[in-house]
Ligand binder design. Sequence first.
Ligand SMILES: Nc1ncnc2c1ncn2[C@@H]1O[C@H](COP(=O)(O)OP(=O)(O)OP(=O)(O)O)[C@@H](O)[C@H]1O
Length: 370
Amino acid sequence: MSDPMIEFHEVSKVYGGLTAVDRLELSVPRGQITVFVGPSGCGKTTSLRMVNRMVEPSSGTITVDGRDVASQPAPLLRRSMGYVMQAAGLMPHRTVEDNIATVPRLNGVSRSAARARARELLDVVGLPQNLGGRYPAQLSGGQQQRVGVARALAADPPVLLMDEPFSAVDPVVRHELQQELVRLQRDLGKTIVFVTHDIDEAVLLGDRIAVFAVGGRLAQVAAPEELLRAPADDFVSGFVGRDRGFRHLGFYDDSGLPVEPAETVRAADVPSGRVDEWAVALDADGRPVGWAGPAFPGTLVSGGSLHRAGSTLRSALDAALSSPSGRGVVVDDAGRLLGTVGAGEVIAHADRRRTESQRARAAAVPEGRA
Ligand SMILES: Nc1ncnc2c1ncn2[C@@H]1O[C@H](COP(=O)(O)OP(=O)(O)OP(=O)(O)O)[C@@H](O)[C@H]1O
């Protein structure tokens, strides 16, 4: 690894007779998101907490930016890294602004400067400034998690440790928070270690994924694409799941995927009209709002998911499979209809892409190593 930010050398943690983390050897690259994933009780949280000395290792060493964490006072070390946990962990009797300002205040920043920074950070995490004067209980779960992220960023630490930060919010908000984290990471270039037990979240967020197995053993570290393509052993392939082939479609964009022109009908005409074949119903701006079908005269049938041109084959296949007509609806960035795709075409295309990438990999392997 060219530029590690955090390194675990032979790190173990034993509680009584139980090995929570077993001789962990791992490098976390600078400026990327590394995800620790694995089933419950396999040592992910313990490994994360040893980085900022919330938990002390039984043996081994951990370095951050080349310095042994054991050589630094634990309270200072903790303040030098952002930490976000599942329940946001906000102080209930302090306003949002004061919660965010906590670490800068501990670091000696004046109250007014710390509050100004807090207001700036509300913006960074996508919250309106007027929430700054509220108390945590007056926010939704998703808003509280955003405040938790803002608080972790307040002292501009190079490292963010995140322990299942989005697991308590509903799936829609969770997806929003995940997208935001990817954006933040791109903009701020932090080194992020993110714990989850959800392989989908790991694949979505991780530049690299470390899969932990029961007994605190590191089973595999790899980029998401490699993890799905070549799980190291039965445990990893079982954990990444039977539908890993389907997930893999998320790594191919839709370039070259043939999009067919679609029959269309104006949504306003559907109630009276009859159609001979499936037609996409469009609003006045050319945006799909459903389907008209021969077996459903006069009815606007709700559509499936929409596939935005340029996104992945996974999204294209989902659009096709969720569509009442069997044709996935493809739209442009403004949400206007471009055409349709069928599931068979997506799969045939995925097959072509896979063959191409296998050929490219084979060509890249030095002679004698294939
Ligand atoms: N303070 C503690 N005292 C004793 N045992 C502990 C302590 N903290 C964790 N353990 C044990 O160590 C093992 C690893 O726990 P850890 O919380 O790191 O797992 P995890 O992978 O993060 O699990 P989860 O996904 O459920 O949070 C578990 O068996 C747990 O019961």
